[in-house]
Design a protein around this ligand. Structure first.
Ligand SMILES: Nc1nc2c(ncn2[C@@H]2O[C@H](COP(=O)(O)OP(=O)(O)OP(=O)(O)O)[C@@H](O)[C@H]2O)c(=O)[nH]1
Ligand SMILES: [Mg+2]
Length: 308
C-alpha cells in the first residue's frame, strides 16, 4: 500500500515540530499562534483540503494552542503531538461510521438473504468494492452471493464473475439488455432458495444527472427492496462526490457510503474533505486494488494513518 494521506502527514508533523520547539520553556504568544495557524491553513488548502474543512481544523487547533502550557520535565514532542492529534480526531469524529457486519447480523434472524444494493456513477469502483465486501463477509463465516444486475455495460457480467471466482464466492447474472430490476429479483429468489446469507447486487454506473437511468434505479429499488442502499463514491472526485450523495439521496435514499481510492490521493486533502463532508455514515474506505484493501471507517484508524 503506498503512503495514505501523504502530504497531510507531512503538514501535521511540521506543525507539531514547530509548536514543540516554541513551547519548550514558555507559552505561545498570540502572534506565534496566529502565524502557525495561518501557515497551517494555507498548507492544508495546498494539499487540497476543502476550505470549510481547513477552517474547522485550524479553528480547533487555535483554541487548543491558546491553552497549551507544558510542565517542566514533560515530553514536549508527545505533548504537542497529542494536542494536534486530538484536534484532528475531533474533525474525523464528526463523520460517523457504520458497521456493516453488525448490520447484517441484526437482519439475518428476520430475513435471509440480507439484500445490499450497490450504486454510484461510472467507474467509482462499485464492482471491485462488491468483491471486497463479499470477501469480508466470507471471512466472517457468512455465505454471500454476488448478483450482476449491470446488464448494460459490455463486459460487466464477466468482470463480476471473474472477481467471484477469484474469491470463491457464488455468482449469478443476467443477459445483456435484460431488465436490471428483473435480473436482480431473479438473483435474490435464487439466493433465497439456496440459503445464502447476503446478496450483493451490482448495478450499472449511472450519472446522477441522467434522469432515465435514475428512474431505472428507482425501479430496481422498488422491486428489490434492499435492506441497505450503499452509495459508492470515488474520494478523488471531491466536491462532486458530495453532489452525488445529494442526488442519489433525493432519488432513492442513501443509507451508507463507501469511499474508494483513498490510496490514490497523493496529497490526502481531497479524501479527508470527502470523509468530513459526506454527511452519511461511512461503512468502509477503499485503500487499494486488492481484496483486503477495504477498511472500516473508524476515526481512530484514520488518525493513525495520518500520523503513522
Ligand atoms: N487505487 C484504487 N483503485 C480502486 C479502488 N477501488 C476500485 N479501484 C479501481 O477503479 C477502477 C474501476 O473499478 P470498477 O469496480 O470497475 O468500477 P465500477 O464503479 O464498477 O465501474 P462501472 O461499472 O463501469 O460503472 C478499477 O481499475 C479498480 O481497480 C481503490 O480503493 N483504490
Ligand atoms: Mg461495475
Amino acid at each position: 500500500m503506498n503512503a495514505l494521506f501523504g502530504k497531510l502527514k507531512k503538514i501535521f508533523q511540521e506543525v507539531v515540530n514547530k509548536v514543540q520547539d516554541a513551547i519548550l520553556y514558555r507559552e505561545l504568544s498570540e502572534k506565534e499562534i496566529e502565524n502557525y495557524t495561518n501557515e497551517l491553513f494555507m498548507k492544508l488548502l495546498e494539499a487540497d483540503v476543502a476550505y470549510e474543512v481547513a477552517e474547522k481544523i485550524v479553528d480547533d487547533m487555535r483554541k487548543r494552542l491558546e491553552t497549551l502550557k507544558i510542565r517542566r520535565g514533560e515530553d514536549a514532542q508527545k505533548f504537542v503531538e497529542d494536542h494536534v492529534q486530538q484536534s484532528i480526531l475531533t474533525i474525523l469524529s464528526s463523520a460517523s461510521g457504520f458497521n456493516l457486519l453488525n448490520f447484517v447480523s441484526s437482519v439475518l434472524p428476520q430475513e435471509r438473504p440480507v439484500k445490499l444494493l450497490f450504486m454510484g456513477i461510472n467507474g467509482v469502483g462499485k464492482t471491485t468494492t462488491i468483491a471486497k465486501v463479499a470477501y469480508k463477509l466470507k471471512q466472517a463465516n457468512l455465505k454471500p452471493i454476488v448478483i450482476a444486475a449491470d446488464t448494460f455495460r459490455a463486459g460487466a457480467q464477466e468482470q463480476l464473475r471473474k472477481h467471484a471466482e477469484r474469491i470463491a464466492v457464488d455468482f449469478i447474472g443476467g443477459k445483456y439488455g435484460a431488465d436490471p430490476a428483473a435480473t436482480a429479483l431473479d438473483g435474490i429468489l435464487y439466493a433465497k432458495k439456496r440459503g445464502f446469507d447476503v446478496a450483493l447486487i451490482d448495478t450499472a454506473g449511472r450519472m446522477h444527472i441522467d434522469e432515465d437511468l435514475m428512474n431505472e434505479l428507482r425501479k430496481v429499488v422498488r422491486v428489490v427492496k434492499p435492506h441497505l442502499k450503499i452509495l459508492v463514491l470515488d474520494a478523488l472526485t471531491g466536491n462532486d462526490a458530495l453532489e452525488q450523495v445529494k442526488r442519489f439521496d433525493e432519488a432513492v435514499g442513501v443509507d451508507t457510503v463507501i469511499l474508494t481510492k483513498i490510496d490514490a490521493d497523493a496529497n490526502g486533502g481531497t479524501a479527508l474533505s470527502v470523509i468530513v463532508g459526506v454527511g452519511k455514515p461511512i461503512a468502509y474506505l477503499g485503500v487499494g486494488q486488492q481484496y483486503e484493501d477495504l477498511i472500516e471507517y473508524d476515526p481512530e484508524i484514520v488518525l493513525k494513518m495520518l500520523f503513522k
